[in-house]
Structure formats: structure tokens, C-alpha cells
Design a binder for this molecule. Structure first.
Ligand code: PAF
Length: 284
């Protein structure tokens, strides 16, 4: 596995691969890899000749009171994991490389970013789109893979690619879960054993809504009530939102169908977690 931290050698590598006609996939990450990231790598391998994995903890997508400083990092482990899964190139630029002094241009998302995560985390998706746009331009991939857990993020990245006519396929890969249903996330590392027990309630609540829907309940407000009652009464769990939405523009729906997305964000102790399902699929 090649490892690069500078832009010029990355571009040279990419241009050689283009000359060879190689199809390149990008898996952008913030590191502290887990099996969910490796599934993105697998999905990328299945669709491309070579996979580039980027590791960059992007300061632009963290709010001033968020966890940028304590975001978990373990480069040696990440390197081993990426290599073991056949990543061809690991790109891990510094903050100065991605945002040299004076870099102030941003990609600002449209109204799809105004709800849910976008409302809870002002500026977050501007940070995400700006770094993803830059990575797309540096790596020039034929395709890129993102996880379903960040459903709004994938939706906005798809919109950006469509709005700017970039010839990049965006693939969304199903959320990987712990055996008890908890969605894999680098932030799960923050959970203490008590919080970890409570964190599983998010996927159990989504599963309860899925079962209610399969049982014939289609009204969004009733599906939300199923989730609220499952999550209620747990002092260390605070719900930020429960969204029952259309899958494309993420607007709330009154009547849910198989394509509707149910998304939850909640704080468990000091850790903020998100999860979602497509109603027709459930938690898988
Ligand atoms: O999903 C993430 O890990 C990040 O938001 C991403 C896409 C790598 C951009 O920093």
C-alpha cells in the first residue's frame, strides 16, 4: 500500500493510473477505522480496479463545542486495517495541506441541509461538502463509497455531484452493526459500559418502528411515537430528533412507505449518536 501526505505525488500517481485505464474508487474517512469503513472498501473494490482511502479529521465540519480535539485516532491500526483489505493508496493529508493559510472558499449546501443534522450542527455540511469536493478533485475518482449511517451526508454529496455534473458515481453502503444492533461508529469508542447498554436502544427503537410499519402502521406521527416511547425514561439518553422523511429531499412525510427514511439523533451521556433505516429494509 502506498501512503501519501502531499498533493503533488497523489496527482502524479492518479495521472499514471489514468494513463493505464485503471478505474479508481475513493473511500473518504476520518480514520479510527472499523468494520463499517472496511465494508466501504469492499464495496469500492467490487466496483473499481484500485481503492484510495483518505484519512483526514476535517476541522471544518466540527462545531466550536464539538469533539474535534478528542476525536479518536490510531494511525498504525488504520494503516494495518486498510492494507489488510487491499487499499492501494492511503492519502492522509495534514490540515495545512488541505486548508493552507488563506483558503476560505466553501461549498454551501442547499435546503436539504437545513433540517435534521444540518439544523443541529450549523455549518457541519458546509465543512463536509468542502472537504469531499476537494478530495474528489485531488483523487479524481470514478466512484466513491459512503455509509448509510450518515444518510443526510450521502444525500447532500449526491446533490453536489449532480448539481456540478461531476462524473463520479456515489454508492451508499448499508450500515454495519454490532450483534445487538448498535450502528458502528468511531464515536462508539467514547461510550462507557453503562452508556453502551443504553446506546443499543437507538437501533431497537428503529426496529420497533419497522415492526409497527410492517404491522400496518403508516402514519409518521405514530411511528415517531413508537420510537419516543422506546427511548423515553432513560435519563442518560436525550433525543435530538426523530425524522420520518422522504428519501430524496429529506422533507418530513405524514404517511410513510417502504422508501421512507426514519432517522434518529440522540445524545447518550456525552456522546452524540445517529442512526437510520429505510422502512422497507429495517435494520437488516
Ligand atoms: O463520514 C465521514 O467520515 C466524514 O464526514 C467524511 C465524509 C470523511 C468527510 O470528512
Amino acid at each position: 500500500m502506498i501512503e501519501l501526505i502531499q498533493i503533488a505525488p497523489l496527482r502524479a500517481w492518479r495521472s499514471d493510473r489514468r494513463a493505464e485505464g485503471q478505474r479508481i474508487a475513493l473511500v473518504p474517512t476520518m480514520g479510527f477505522l472499523h468494520e463499517g469503513h472496511l465494508r466501504l472498501v469492499d464495496a469500492a473494490q467490487a466496483r473499481a480496479d484500485l481503492v484510495v482511502l483518505s484519512i483526514f479529521v476535517n476541522p471544518l465540519q466540527f462545531g466550536p463545542t464539538e469533539d474535534l480535539d478528542r476525536y479518536p485516532r490510531d494511525l498504525d491500526r488504520d494503516r494495518r486495517m486498510a492494507e489488510s483489505r487491499g487499499v492501494a493508496l492511503l492519502f492522509r493529508p495534514s490540515v495545512e495541506t488541505m486548508y493552507p493559510p488563506g483558503a476560505e472558499t466553501r461549498i454551501v449546501p442547499g435546503s436539504t441541509a437545513s433540517r435534521w443534522e444540518g439544523a443541529m450542527r450549523p455549518g457541519h455540511f458546509t465543512g463536509v461538502l468542502t472537504v469531499v469536493a476537494k478530495l474528489f478533485h485531488l483523487v479524481d475518482p470514478d466512484l466513491a463509497c459512503f455509509g448509510q449511517k450518515d444518510f443526510q451526508q450521502v444525500t447532500l454529496i449526491r446533490q453536489m455531484v449532480r448539481d456540478f455534473d461531476w462524473p463520479i458515481e456515489i454508492h451508499m453502503v448499508e450500515t454495519m452493526r454490532e450483534p445487538d444492533g448498535l450502528a458502528l461508529s468511531s464515536r462508539n469508542a467514547y461510550l462507557n459500559p453503562d452508556d453502551r447498554m443504553v446506546a443499543r436502544e437507538l437501533s431497537l427503537a428503529l426496529d420497533a418502528a419497522h415492526r409497527a410499519w410492517k404491522g400496518g402502521e403508516g402514519r409518521a406521527r405514530n411511528l415517531e411515537a413508537v420510537i419516543r416511547s422506546r427511548l423515553g425514561g432513560k435519563p442518560q439518553l436525550q433525543v435530538d430528533y426523530i425524522a420520518v422523511t422522504d428519501p430524496t429531499c429529506l422533507t418530513p412525510v405524514e404517511e410513510a412507505n417502504a422508501d421512507s427514511i426514519i432517522a434518529i439523533a440522540a445524545r447518550v451521556g456525552a456522546t452524540r449518536l445517529i442512526d437510520n433505516i429505510r422502512l422497507g429494509e429495517g435494520i437488516g
